[in-house]
Design a protein around this ligand. Sequence first.
Ligand code: BGC
Length: 417
Amino acid sequence: MLRKLLIGTALATSFAFSAHAADVKEVQMLHWWTSGGEAAALNVLKQDLAKEGYAWKDVPVAGGGGDAAMTALKAMVAAGNYPTASQMLGYTVLDYAAAGVMGDLTETAKKEGWDKSVPAALQKFSVYDGKWVAAPVNVHSVNWLWINKAVMDKIGGTEPKTLDDFVALLDKAKAAGVTPLALGGQNWQEATMFDSVVLSTGGPEFYKKAMNDLDEASLKSDTMKKSFDNLAKLVTYVDPNFSGRDWNLATAMVIKGDALVQVMGDWAKGEFHAANKTPGTDFLCYRFPGTDGSVIYNSDMFGMFNVPDDRKAAQVALATATLSKSFQSAFNVVKGSVPARTDVPDTDFDACGKKGIADLKKANDGGTLFGSLAQGYGAPPAVANAYKDVVSKFVHGQIKTSDEAVTELVKAIDDAK
Ligand code: BGC
């Protein structure tokens, strides 16, 4: 599949160099949006661009969290076959920008006033050396619980406000014979859940010091050990078949009522939306216990490559469509995320989306908005990968104690830096 794509791109690129070639009316996009909810969201963009006469050349690389997609992208870029754009997370954008392969959307950004409408936290990753190199699509947040309402009613559960409450709730589900916690045993899913556990265990300042500043004393502290112990406790509520399960299959367990809850970023809500489920009636969204008031975020960005001149008009059309207010609303309603602009009304969003928008604003104003380490916004990819690896080894028993886990974490992060 990748080979075919590379050949296709190589042809397109060689035609592109012919003098005065007409603009290529096509957008080639690499992404990992392959679940039902994700595909539905992507359709919103495909349709918007089709209206403007642009064909869509899809380069999907399955695998939540994007690790497989980023490996495929690396190969394409190394071969000089740049897509028009690629889905990317924070620090990856900066890496490609530093490598000098990104385009420059600054003129469009100026015309469209992105400086004013895109939050500063995102501009840190979409602007490099004073130039706009990426178009932010959304803001996702990882510290959420997604709960099946009928199961919750059946077990007489209420919103867990602390980790102890959460454990008591999981016990109730277990006693009722329902899988308490739906988890996919893949490193990025485990680490995404652990982001929330660290925030809940140590509080906002600790999260920032450990997971964004990579402060060594924090990484090996008793609080970090306690975080690993809390993670170990949660993992006792997972069903025996969790290893390797895709995130959207874990979400489906909650949608169907086979499990009570999933801890996952709000892309999970895209799956509920695609299944025609309504918050408050069919499912509940709560902040991960003990993290209310803080938001751990990531943002999907379309990293814009330095494509040949005859592909630049398509790239500008893509960037303009992505940051238009109407698209930011329509897309994010379906995706489960919230807009990457501060001036988009929440009118069309469901109750969870409205809460997401309000929480983001509050966290941004109050200094409690933090980048997700699991999701590419805490540290560069090598460090994030080291983190995911240690967390996963702990979950799967290759690292046996929380003492050992913090030692391995400090070592792995040091090696990766
Ligand atoms: C992306 C989401 C995506 C999720 C699962 C995350 O890294 O930010 O857009 O839905 O992975 O594929």
